[in-house]
Ligand binder design. Structure first.
Ligand SMILES: NC(=O)C1=CN([C@@H]2O[C@H](COP(=O)(O)OP(=O)(O)OC[C@H]3O[C@@H](n4cnc5c(N)ncnc54)[C@H](OP(=O)(O)O)[C@@H]3O)[C@@H](O)[C@H]2O)C=CC1
Ligand SMILES: O=C([O-])CC(=O)C(=O)O
Length: 249
């Protein structure tokens, strides 16, 4: 399938990310469909019930952790390539094991883009040398549905498995980081609601025997304040990378 210049895309979730992604990929889409709990303004054919049209080239999840768990196995059974932005689904050990077992017998390729963060290339490269990683995610209170706080407040400290249970729409990056490292134990996640910021800030500190790395992101939010604008751009870049034959990074 790959290296085809125009793709037939099935979106799961027709909200904020899907809309930006569709416009980023405008020169690369032939047919498109979306499945969502309700009809949205996404300019693709709406599917009332989940199905995978036969002509689909790739399935792109931009809905929720629950949607990955609900439809992930069916997508692997279809053999279609599958892009997943709600990586948080893989913090669930049982789901992860079931999914990876099914993937062994599937002709699908599964891609988890770096989403709202960078530095995943470093983490993958140094993973055998890492002592610990600390991720601090700081967003305006409204991203967490919190109002009326005057001072920054740490609302979570722990690992990515617990973070994604509490904040399934805000901490997928912590799971992506843990998956890239191959360890949930070595990643500490702090989540801060900060009334003094208007960006989604992710600071990653990687401590390893081959070097220490700090990656700071000051992301502009997208129309959905929980989601950084970088997220759909990262998905678009991942999809385009697989169309192009000259791959960088
Ligand atoms: N990896 C990363 O860096 C990031 C990942 N994300 C993930 O992307 C997701 C989507 O973000 P965004 O587009 O901004 O959110 P939106 O709420 O704008 O869009 C998501 C759409 O998917 C729908 N949806 C949710 N669950 C299901 C389901 N089980 N079946 C069908 N449709 C469903 C929602 O419906 P409804 O509104 O009714 O729930 C909504 O219309 C986030 O929830 C998060 O999991 C987000 C940011 C960064
Ligand atoms: O978009 C972001 O800044 C991060 C996010 O919501 C997530 O990881 O779920």
């Amino acid at each position: 399938m790959m290296e085809k210049q125009k793709l037939n895309i099935l979106f799961i979730g027709g909200g904020n990310i899907a809309g930006i992604l569709k416009s980023e990929l405008k020169d690369h889409i032939d047919l498109c469909w979306y499945y969502d709990l309700k009809k949205t303004d996404l300019d693709c054919q709406y599917l009332e019930r989940f199905e995978i049209p036969r002509e689909t080239d790739i399935v792109v999840e931009c809905a929720s952790v629950e949607a990955v768990k609900e439809f992930g196995i069916d997508i692997l059974k279809s053999g279609k390539d599958f892009y997943i932005i709600s990586s948080g689904a893989f913090a669930d050990e049982e789901f992860r094991a079931t999914f990876l077992a099914e993937l062994k017998n599937s002709s699908s390729n599964v891609y988890i883009p770096s989403g709202a963060i960078g530095g995943i290339d470093i983490v993958r490269a140094v993973r055998n040398y890492v002592e610990k990683v600390v991720l601090t995610t700081k967003k305006p209170p409204k991203a967490f549905g919190i109002e009326e706080i005057q001072e920054p407040k740490t609302i979570f400290s722990g690992n990515a498995v617990e973070a994604i249970k509490k904040f399934p729409q805000n901490t997928n990056v912590s799971v992506t980081l843990s998956l890239a490292l191959g360890s949930f134990e070595k990643v500490t996640v702090n989540v801060v609601a900060d009334p003094n910021v208007n960006e989604n800030i992710h600071e990653i500190n990687i401590f390893s025997s081959v070097g220490n790395y700090t990656v700071i992101h000051k992301n502009k939010p997208s129309p959905n304040p929980k989601t950084s604008y970088l997220t759909p751009l990262s998905l678009a870049a991942a999809i385009k990378r697989n169309i192009e034959k000259f791959k960088i990074g």
